[in-house]
Design a protein around this ligand. Structure first.
Ligand code: TXA
Ligand code: MG
Length: 372
């Protein structure tokens, strides 16, 4: 097999050493490649090649001023990308990399504007997926990679999803199986005075506090009344973390642009509503009675076995729920229902990241314009 062009564009390749070498060569040649990570699949390009990075925006249909995360083979690459590396950042990298934490830091002049959306900061992370790490090591540099979906749509968690979203727009897709985390990384802005979580993820504020000795802010949430002596013990109670149909946090103008911060994002085409557990079956059955086709995503309410309903159940535990969330939304979106009803989540900090994604999905659903 030759190093490049060994197969048709957009094909799904099992991650053999030859396929990883081929993907790396395609990236070196300025092409774009679908890459598994532990969170969601990414659409990768050489982060130092502005022309290659532009191909990402074209393939996704994403506005060019939205910054991308640069994926690194290890924390040792940080100095090439980050102009200042606070001690706490090194501690966080040591604690959570490889893993689902993106750090926003002041960038070096070398980082192209195409990657940062013209901002003076850059998002960096070392992903934990073995195939991503093998590709990054073979490539031996930074790979800019947003989630490998069309702009505003559901993030892909399998290679087949990436193919569905992007087809021949990508040179090839490395198949790393289903993503273990299932939702995008926690984004922690460390470029300003106070660390702030811009996008919640599997690594929560309490996890971060255990490493840096203080709780970061959480964008869009009321800040906890922190007893300074308690900071670092991870015992402050964060408000607003619950599901229960809470409205998603609004994007603010003053803060760095985060496309995931648009209210409408991660959205299925079918209109989606969050419904309290006690009302779920009644509402689904009532809609079906009116002749609507109804799809339901539950976690604690049992399937009433009504043939008119498409019913899916995810585990009532945040990490496994997150793992199955996007594949479930994608599957329910594909049945051509008139409505998707989602059982409202339990409250509590463990559900924060999933509640965030569902809130956005509800806002953006039912529109071809979602996220645009
Ligand atoms: O888990 C993930 O983070 C996945 C995998 C592929 O790594 N990537 C991902 O990328 O979710 P994307 O582009 O779909 O979302 C990245 C988010 C965007 O909302 C972007 O605006 C924000 O990160 N971001 C990137 N660089 C930033 C910066 N310098 N300042 C503020 N936000 C930034
Ligand atoms: Mg995305």
């Amino acid at each position: 097999m030759s190093a490049t062009g060994a197969g048709p564009r957009g094909r799904i390749a099992s991650p053999t050493p030859a396929a990883i070498a081929e993907a790396s060569a395609l990236l070196r040649a300025g092409d774009i490649v679908g890459m598994p990570t532990e969170t969601v699949y990414g659409l990768a390009a050489d982060a130092l090649d502005p022309a290659a990075v532009k191909k990402i925006f074209a393939a996704k249909g994403r506005p060019a001023d939205h910054p991308l995360i640069v994926h690194l083979p290890s924390a040792e690459h940080l100095p090439q990308w980050a102009a200042t590396i606070p001690k706490d950042v090194l501690a966080l990298a040591r604690a959570f990399w490889p893993g689902p934490l993106t750090l926003i830091l002041k960038r070096t002049p070398e980082v192209p504007d195409e990657v940062t959306g013209g901002q003076d900061t850059v998002g960096l992370r070392v992903p934990a997926h073995p195939v991503a790490l093998a590709l990054l090591r073979a490539f031996d540099g930074g790979l800019a990679a947003p989630s490998a979906n069309r702009f505003g749509r559901i993030s892909p968690t399998t290679a087949a999803h990436v193919h569905e979203e992007l087809g021949e727009r990508v040179a090839m897709i490395l198949d790393g199986g289903a993503c273990e985390v299932g939702i995008e990384s926690t984004i922690l802005d460390f470029s300003r005075d106070v660390p702030e979580i811009l996008r919640p993820g599997a690594i929560g504020p309490e996890d971060i506090a255990r490493v840096i000795g203080r709780l970061p802010r959480v964008r869009g949430e009321a800040q906890p009344a922190v007893d300074e002596t308690a900071a670092g013990q991870g015992r402050a109670d964060l408000a607003g973390a619950g599901g229960k149909g809470a409205a998603p946090p609004a994007a603010t103008d003053a803060a760095p642009r985060v496309s995931g911060a648009l209210a409408a994002h991660y959205a299925p085409r079918t209109p989606l509503r969050l419904v309290e557990p006690a009302l779920l079956v009644d509402e689904a059955v009532a809609l079906a009675g009116e002749g609507s086709r109804v799809a339901v995503l539950a976690h604690s309410t049992s399937d009433p076995a009504d043939a008119r309903l498409t019913w899916r159940t995810l585990p009532a535990e945040p990490a496994t729920y997150a793992q199955g969330l996007y594949a479930s939304l994608r599957a329910l979106d594909a049945v051509g229902a008139d409505f998707i009803l989602i059982e409202a989540l339990p409250g509590g900090p463990g559900w924060r990241a999933v509640a965030d994604r569902l809130g956005r999905a509800a806002v953006g659903s039912g529109s071809a314009e979602a996220g645009a």
